[in-house]
Write a protein that binds this ligand. Structure first.
Ligand code: FES
Ligand code: FE2
Length: 411
């Protein structure tokens, strides 16, 4: 069984991942860094052409169904300490994360542009990352090469034109977020703000949980929004019993890049909501949003009491994703340790189910999505496809919902 991880495992080594073709890449670099007037041999030109064609072909063949050009949480802020270099992987891209002496987090591709050794084997001096192989040094925040120790006074190589891969990186809500632009593309001029957890007062408690799922991110996401598994997977004395299953009707509405379960009174068969209602003496309202690429937020409010949570399902590799769950609340009667105890049980139940499902999915079965219980999953796939189509054509994105709609299911 995969371990339940509270503090994410950052040292996941990929079993599959983007392959790099060393020789053509090397030649391509030479061609790039030498002056254009340098005569390039026919062999080098041929290798460059082959490299470009192979790269296009392999990109087409290996589309892993990821959504690029979004922020993803790569690690917990607390993991990035001192001058340590920490590894992470997002969308099959190996990353090295660190913090400059000024406290700014950074994310670079964990690969030296010289000969590909992971930069995480090197060292950080507070500003510059030095590769352990030949000592090339890169500015941590821009990836720009600042020194190649082997160069002699005769060498004309323009060091400042060499960059290690680097990504926009910011901290929010206790996570280090990395903006993953698609390989081979330039960053847009403006990138959106990092998603923030919504809170409703200055003072609150906050906690984080995390677990890995041995599945493609799509399975993780539709598992997260699936209303019908509750009575079977999450049977617990503190949550609900299988016998409490009953028919529900919930209103949904379209929101940009996603959909909302409109504000409503939460299920009468969930004990925590009943408790909240009893304590405040006021009705509880819940609003649940899903927004691409991977965010599910839930806000519960009753009088002045509030509880706000966000779960993201982040693709690590095509066969591995990770749920990062953060919750904040001002419910004086809910200590962090109690919440964590229940939260872990809940996540563990999902994780065990996804591990079992992954066993079945290995054999590539045909799957089905039924109405109405799987309609949110259908919207997710349609949102994803429509977003990609709008990016391809430049036309505005078509929303798969044409207005508010009511879904009915039993759970
Ligand atoms: S491989 Fe990094 S400096 Fe040579
Ligand atoms: Fe679940």
């Amino acid at each position: 069984m995969a371990p339940f991880v509270e503090e994410c495992n950052r040292n996941v080594k990929p079993s599959i991942g983007p392959s790099t073709v060393t020789l053509p890449r090397l030649l391509w670099c030479e061609a790039l860094y030498y002056d254009a007037s340098t005569t390039m041999s026919e062999a080098v030109r041929t290798m460059m052409r082959m490299d470009a064609e192979a790269a296009q072909e392999s990109a087409a063949q290996t589309d892993a169904g990821f959504l690029w050009d979004f922020w993803y949480p790569a690690a917990r802020s607390s993991e990035i300490r001192g001058q340590n270099l920490v590894t992470a992987m997002l969308l099959e891209v190996p990353l090295v994360l660190g913090r400059t002496s000024e406290g700014k987090v950074f994310a670079m591709r964990d690969s030296c542009p010289h000969r590909g050794i992971p930069l995480s084997y090197g060292r950080l001096d507070g500003k510059v990352v030095e590769c352990c192989y030949h000592g090339w040094r890169f500015d941590a925040c821009s990836g720009q090469c600042v020194e190649i120790p082997s160069l002699s006074s005769q060498d004309k190589l323009k060091v400042e034109r060499i960059f290690a891969g680097h990504f926009p990186c910011e901290e929010r809500d206790g996570y280090v977020w990395v903006y993953m632009n698609a390989p081979g593309t330039k960053l847009p001029e403006t990138i959106p703000a990092v998603p923030a957890l919504i809170v409703f007062s200055d003072k609150y408690k906050i906690t984080h949980l995390s677990c890995e799922l041995p599945s493609h991110v799509d399975q993780g996401i539709i598992g997260l929004m699936d209303p019908a598994h509750g009575p079977f997977v999450h049977q617990s004395w503190f949550w609900r019993k299988r016998g409490s299953i009953h028919e529900k009707a919930k209103q949904f509405e379209p929101i940009p890049n996603g959909f909302r379960m409109s504000p409503h009174s939460p299920s009468t068969n969930s004990a925590p909501y009943q408790l909240l209602k009893k304590i405040t003496g006021e009705p509880v309202t819940t609003t649940i949003d899903f927004v691409l690429p991977n965010l599910r937020t839930e806000i519960d409010q009753s009088g002045k009491m509030w509880f706000s949570s966000r779960a993201t399902v982040t693709p690590v590799r095509r066969d591995l994703c990770r749920i990062d769950f953060v919750a904040a609340w001002n419910l004086f009667f809910l200590p962090v340790w109690i919440f964590r105890m229940f939260g872990k049980v809940f996540l563990r139940q999902d994780q065990e189910t996804m591990i079992q499902q992954a066993e079945g999915l290995k054999h590539n079965p045909r799957l089905m999505l039924i109405d109405d219980a799987d309609r949110p999953a259908k919207w997710y796939f349609a949102l994803k496809a429509n977003l990609l189509e709008s990016r391809r054509t430049g036309a505005p994105m078509v929303h798969p919902m044409d207005g508010p709609t009511t879904l009915r299911w039993r759970s």
